[in-house]
Structures are given as structure tokens and as C-alpha cells.
Design a protein around this ligand. Structure first.
Ligand code: ADP
Ligand code: MG
Ligand code: MG
Length: 343
């Protein structure tokens, strides 16, 4: 079978995607698969590399940048038989339903969430609406459109101050890896935070900040939903930003998280419910806040979470009893089964 492994992408999470792709390429079961790496440049050009039939052909994540050696990919080059596309893309233009829609049009099976789950999962405003509808607890928030911000900044600020209290968190609706997100502790910071978030999206959320532990649960399946043990990101700082996530490695995962049985059960049940609420397929990581007085809030879902050997999603499965290579194999099988079921 052929795997077309697509990574990179026109997204702020381009580099993380390369690291995820590298780890996956090292662990795919090559006795069943031949892999064609497909690198999407930051400008959005699709480049195809040479076939990989053995993990030793990949020696560093740097080699996955095919800018000088890859050939342009024509979608008609992707064989229709015995092929699955593996989109290892994080963030807008990949994790958000765009690439998934393209693959639906081409009638090629692919790994992971479909168009609807990808699009709703990436959009923090829409996913909050769906979570609320599904009876899942969310933090108070409201949304701001860029036009409202341009027309009447004071009204936006006064709405924030009358419905929420500082600190607040301001986020672009479509983004990941903490890009464009800021914590605002006072009015000046709020104005700055909103302006910054609008650099990334036309729609922004202002959320109530909470002092909480961050707990994550991995979901795997299609109609049959499996959840992992919960894991905790033990933080040295409150705000888990891009720097602490990828550069300074300041976050230590604790798996399983130290939680009562009851909280664990609730989190796993909420994770499955969130997966259903977005019409999930394949995989999703569901992220929660847990306050000191044991209040649970669902924060967000990530339909293609970080996937390096050190990332939370594969580590959660490892500690639940599913090794990295077996996890990748299961994701491929789920993608194939989903494709068959829709025909
Ligand atoms: P992303 O999709 O970029 O990961 P998140 O919504 O998970 O976006 O926000 C990134 C990080 O910001 C979280 O992991 C957490 O550390 C912090 N954060 C986000 N929202 C809140 C909030 N309402 N209260 C406290 N911290 C928050
Ligand atoms: Mg996210
Ligand atoms: Mg997050």
C-alpha cells in the first residue's frame, strides 16, 4: 500500500508539522507500506520527494524540507488504488478541513478527521457552541468580529469588562500552538491582545481566564470511541505559550495525571462527548481545565494534535497500552474503514 504523507503547510505550525512527520516516518510499518513524502512549502507549493521504503532513509527532520530536491505534485499523480493520504498538518490550511475537502473531491482515503470535524474543531467559537449544546462546561466568553472592533473599540472593551474579569484570554478563532493568543491583565493589555489576535483571524474570542491545571485526553476511533488515560501538562508558568510548548520545553507531561477516579471518569466521558459533538473521526486530543475546587471546563479539541515522540497524544496512548507504531497503524485502518463506510 502507498502512503502519501503530507506535511509542512501554509500555517504558523509549519515547523511543528515537520517534526510530527519525522517521528511518524520513523515508526510506520514499512513491511506494509511505501511512503511518498509530500512537503507543502510555507508559500503553499506541494512538492513530492522520493519514495521511502525503510526508516533509515530518513535521517533528520531537516531532510524533509524538499524545497530544492522535490518535484511539484500533480494531484493526478496520486494513485486511486491501494493508497491513503496521511495529512500531518497542524493549524489552518490543513487541520481545518481544507485539505480534507480536497481529498474528498479526489475520492482518496485519508487519515484523521473529515471536513466537518476538522473545520469545527479548528474554530474555537464554533466548537464552543457545539460543546455547550452537548452539555459540556465551557468558560464564559464572547466573540468579536473585526468589523465591530474597527467600528467601536470602546463598546467591545466595555462588554468584556462588564461580562468577564481580568485576567482574560484573547484568541484568534482559527489557530493553534498558542499563536496569536495573549493573556490580558488590564485594559491596556486587553486592547493590545485583541489587536494582536486580529492579525491572525477576522473573528476573535475573549475568554474568562482561569487558574487551572491543564489535563488532556486522547480519543481514537470512528463510531467506536476509545479514550486514553488523562495526562497533565505540569507547567512552570500559567500560560502555556508557543515558546514553552516547543522551544524551552518547559512543560513536563504527567501521565496518567494525578486525579481521583471520579474526575478521570468524567474527563474521559466528556472527551468522548466532545468527539461526537464535532462529528470526530480517527483521532482528536481533547483539552481541559481543572480548577483547584475541581471545576472542569473543556478548553478545546485538536483534530491533528502534535505527533512527535514527545507529544502528548501518542504518549497518552503509550501509557494506555498502545505503542506509537500500533497507534499509527490504527489511524491508517480507521481512515480506510471510514472511506469504505461512506461509499
Ligand atoms: P491553542 O489551540 O493555540 O493551543 P488554547 O485555547 O489551548 O489554544 O490556548 C493556549 C494556552 O493558553 C492553553 O494551553 C493555556 O495555557 C492558556 N489558556 C487558554 N485559555 C485560557 C483560559 N481561559 N484561562 C487560562 N489559561 C488559558
Ligand atoms: Mg489547539
Ligand atoms: Mg491548546
Amino acid at each position: 500500500m502507498n502512503i502519501f504523507l503530507v506535511y509542512g503547510g501554509k500555517s504558523a505550525e509549519h515547523d511543528v508539522s515537520i517534526l510530527s512527520a519525522y517521528s511518524i516516518l520513523k515508526e510506520i510499518y514499512y513491511n506494509y507500506y511505501t511512503v511518498t513524502p509530500v512537503y507543502i512549502t510555507r508559500e503553499g507549493k506541494w512538492l513530492k520527494g522520493n519514495e521511502i521504503t525503510d526508516p533509515s532513509q530518513v535521517n533528520s527532520s531537516q531532510e524533509l524540507i524538499l524545497e530544492d530536491i522535490g518535484e511539484g505534485l500533480h494531484f493526478s499523480d496520486i494513485p486511486k488504488e491501494n493508497t491513503i493520504v496521511f495529512p500531518v498538518l497542524h493549524g489552518p490550511n490543513g487541520e481545518d478541513g481544507t485539505v480534507q475537502g480536497l481529498l474528498e473531491m479526489l475520492e482518496i482515503p485519508y487519515v484523521g478527521a473529515g471536513v466537518l470535524a476538522s473545520a469545527t474543531g479548528m474554530d474555537k467559537i464554533i466548537s464552543k457552541i457545539l460543546f455547550k449544546e452537548a452539555g459540556l462546561p465551557i468558560v464564559p466568553y464572547f466573540q468579536v468580529k473585526v468589523i465591530d472592533w474597527h467600528v467601536n473599540q470602546e463598546m467591545v472593551i466595555s462588554e468584556a469588562e462588564s461580562t468577564l474579569s481580568y485576567p482574560m484570554f484573547v484568541k484568534p478563532s482559527n489557530m493553534g500552538s498558542s499563536v496569536g493568543i495573549s493573556e490580558a491583565k488590564d485594559r491596556n493589555e486587553l486592547v493590545e491582545a485583541i489587536a494582536k489576535a486580529f492579525e491572525y483571524d477576522r473573528r476573535v474570542l475573549i475568554e474568562q481566564g482561569v487558574q487551572a491545571r491543564e489535563i488532556e485526553v486522547a480519543v481514537l476511533g470512528n463510531e467506536d470511541i476509545n479514550t486514553s488515560v488523562p495526562g497533565e501538562l505540569v507547567k512552570k508558568q500559567q500560560f502555556y505559550d508557543y515558546e514553552s510548548k516547543y522551544i524551552s520545553n518547559e512543560v513536563v507531561p504527567q501521565i496518567p495525571a494525578k486525579l481521583s477516579e471520579e474526575i478521570t471518569k468524567t474527563l474521559r466521558e466528556y472527551a468522548a462527548r466532545a468527539f461526537m459533538a464535532i462529528d470526530g473521526n480517527g483521532l482528536t486530543r481533547v483539552d481541559f481545565f481543572l480548577t483547584a475546587d475541581e471545576e472542569i471546563y473543556i478548553n478545546e479539541v485538536n483534530t491533528f494534535p502534535g505527533f512527535t515522540n514527545y507529544s502528548m497524544y501518542p504518549r497518552l496512548w503509550e501509557k494506555t497500552g498502545l505503542a506509537y507504531g500500533d497507534l499509527i497503524e490504527e489511524m491508517i485502518q480507521l481512515g480506510l474503514r471510514r472511506f469504505k463506510a461512506r461509499q
